[in-house]
Design a protein around this ligand. Sequence first.
Ligand SMILES: NC(=O)c1ccc[n+]([C@@H]2O[C@H](COP(=O)([O-])OP(=O)(O)OC[C@H]3O[C@@H](n4cnc5c(N)ncnc54)[C@H](O)[C@@H]3O)[C@@H](O)[C@H]2O)c1
Length: 252
Amino acid sequence: MTILVTGGAGFIGSNFVLDWLAASDEPVINLDKLTYAGNLENLASLQGNPNHVFVQGDLGDRELVDRLLAEHQPRAVLNFAAESHVDRSIHGPEDFIQTNILGTFRLLESVRSYWSALPADDKAAFRFLHVSTDEVYGTLSKEDQPFAEDHRYEPNSPYSASKAASDHLVRAWHHTYGLPVLTTNCSNNYGPYHFPEKLIPLMIVNALAGKNLPVYGDGMQIRDWLYVKDHCSAIRRVLEGGRLGETYNIGG
Ligand SMILES: NC(=O)c1ccc[n+]([C@@H]2O[C@H](COP(=O)([O-])OP(=O)(O)OC[C@H]3O[C@@H](n4cnc5c(N)ncnc54)[C@H](O)[C@@H]3O)[C@@H](O)[C@H]2O)c1
């Protein structure tokens, strides 16, 4: 058996691929466009590992994704690939719409066409797991309860709006076509291979260099942080035991 992961050269995806292959012999097909956020160095320890097949490409490239699905016959597709940086989405939202919305749509269509043609047992066992963010729920004030899965969607940035749209597409492909989907909505992650422009690595790098520590807004924002490897283990748990069509909040 095999799984196909998109975005496996990014921060969370690379941690997921490394953890997966450390614990299992099941091969991973890793499809990643290698944008500024993708870094093959994250996966250097997998060099020569026949269970890791890296393919550079876009999740929205129907021809490529159709071919990968037909060739490798995965039992699951896990969608980590996204434009993920909120500040970048404010300065240039276009890529977020392309990858997070159109890309997810095209990936869903490739997966639907592959899944529809599977033999009954494989079809029943197949899973599409969509990795998303709790930012789709908006922001909490100090007095609010943590987000629950039934919190209404209130995205506030182009990033979270594009992820919210992708979550809705995934949901609709389940309700309309019966695609066996699972969605996870996670809080902020930290840990190995975090992109240096993100808050925690930026603070550490600046502090080590004796530079100023940039404060966002008035410095009063509160964030929940989850260790990336805990996120990855929650994703493995949802993949194996999640209820079809369900969404699972992680962390927070
Ligand atoms: N980082 C967080 O704190 C956090 C929290 C919750 C959810 N998430 C979600 O988890 C997923 C992974 O986040 P991350 O922090 O690892 O992101 P990241 O930006 O570090 O990595 C994204 C990866 O996707 C690849 N990619 C981008 N566009 C692509 C495309 N069109 N086709 C194929 N590959 C493409 C990039 O090259 C990169 O390797 C995202 O969907 C994000 O929304 C992230």
